[in-house]
Design a binder for this molecule. Structure first.
Ligand SMILES: Cc1cc2nc3c(=O)[nH]c(=O)nc-3n(C[C@H](O)[C@H](O)[C@H](O)COP(=O)(O)OP(=O)(O)OC[C@H]3O[C@@H](n4cnc5c(N)ncnc54)[C@H](O)[C@@H]3O)c2cc1C
Length: 368
């Protein structure tokens, strides 16, 4: 079967970045999405490392709403304060980000087919003569239809934005408490100088994210925002935790990217950098398959070579905090503080690539 065109299913960030990369390589590409515009409604935050952003190949500066220098980690009764000596992350407007990727992909010739919900029947007819890139998110129809292995776990989220000016508008705050927020954490994110986002995620086996959100609103720092600000928007969503055992079907010409593949770091649920890089490798693999008959497995091999060890480390840290009670979390925070880890993390922490920090620790210890 000779295929030379691609149908991308899903116009989220990963699908649009895949379409852009494919169109750049001169490959005929159609993008299908059930929505009218990409990324509506946006029910996710947009905190991305500056180093990771540079790998996405987009002019992200146009859609930055804030710059962050660190994080405050509330662990039981203790707080770890990790403030880096330089900006480490940007907050992006997720709607504007998708609009930007959409415009880029269209400019390069990708064709957008909106208001089109893809089902098994359409997938079969598209797959007759096209590669399929499944970028249809955490609950992927493409993955189910083509029989890919399951994603091991999911986190259910609920978040709301308030017009509220935080005092420290360059720090994100994370709240770990497995009784109130089982299996993940709560957060306050300064989305801009005047907008604060509060949110929670819980393990999908632990009930209702809205109910957990209501519990979280009683925490004093959160209650202050709820009482002092006007709500701008709110909504629930889902985060995949764990990569699929494989995400390429070379025989049928099907590749999963982004949340559909589980390309998300389990510690925080951040997926744009990992899915965006997945989109790049997937486009390269399709191009090599069309021009040289190369195997699509190149995509999965390259992605895993770059990110697998980081994902293993993120999973290790996720399993650790998700299994500790408040007392154990506070004890761990105390030990880390005593050992000087706040300074070490501030100086050498990397929110995407924990291996760099661990390597540094193993080679030089906590010394500067
Ligand atoms: C609360 C929350 C906070 C987050 N915070 C961050 C963060 O700070 N930083 C970060 O990097 N990541 C964050 N993430 C993760 C990030 O949002 C995802 O990794 C990213 O959106 C994945 O992009 P995607 O394109 O793979 O999937 P999606 O964004 O889910 O896009 C999938 C697209 O497919 C379409 N679709 C689905 N099914 C079909 C169908 N059958 N037919 C047609 N179209 C279909 C949908 O309409 C959608 O447009 C967060 C997620 C959540 C839920």
């Amino acid at each position: 079967m000779m295929r030379d065109e691609v149908a991308v299913v899903g116009a989220g960030t990963a699908g649009l970045l895949a379409a852009k990369r494919l169109a750049e390589l001169g490959i005929e590409t159609q993008v299908y999405d059930q929505k009218e515009r990409p990324g509506i409604p946006v029910r996710a935050s947009g905190i991305l490392s500056i180093s990771g952003l540079e790998t996405l190949g987009i002019d992200y500066r146009k859609v930055v709403t804030n710059t962050l220098c660190g994080a405050k980690l509330h662990m039981g009764s203790e707080v770890l304060n990790v403030r880096a000596p330089r900006p480490i992350a940007k907050v992006l407007d997720r709607f504007e980000l998708n609009e930007l990727c959409y415009a880029d992909a269209q400019k390069l010739g990708a064709r957008m087919i909106t208001k089109s919900k893809v089902d098994g029947k359409l997938l079969e007819s598209l797959n007759a003569d096209k590669f399929i890139v499944g970028a249809d998110g955490a609950v992927s129809v493409v993955a189910r239809h083509f029989g890919f292995p399951e994603i091991p776990r999911h986190v259910l989220t609920y978040r709301a934005e308030y017009d509220y000016r935080l005092v420290e508008s360059d720090m994100v705050e994370l709240f770990f408490d497995n009784k109130m927020i089982p299996g993940f954490f709560g957060w306050i994110s300064p989305n801009s100088k005047d907008v604060a986002e509060i949110g929670i995620g819980i393990d999908s086996a632990s009930g209702n994210s809205r109910a957990a959100f209501e519990r979280f609103k009683k925490v004093s720092e959160i209650a202050q925002i709820v009482a002092g600000g006007k709500i701008i928007g709110e909504g629930a969503s889902i985060i995949p935790i764990g990569i699929r055992k494989h995400f390429v079907d070379d025989k049928r010409g099907v590749l999963l990217v982004g949340d559909a593949a589980g390309q998300v770091k389990p510690t925080t649920g951040g997926g744009i950098i990992f899915g965006g890089n997945g989109a790049r490798y997937a486009a390269q693999a399709i191009s090599a398959c069309i021009s040289k008959g190369a195997s699509l497995e190149y995509y999965e091999r390259s992605w895993r070579k770059e990110f697998q060890k980081e994902m293993v480390l993120h999973s290790f840290f996720y399993n650790m905090y998700a299994s500790m009670n408040s007392g154990q979390l506070a004890w761990m925070a105390k030990v880390l503080k005593f050992m000087g880890f706040e300074k070490f993390l501030a100086q050498y922490g990397d929110m995407d690539r924990p291996s760099l920090m661990i390597k540094r620790f193993l080679l030089r210890g906590l010394a500067k």
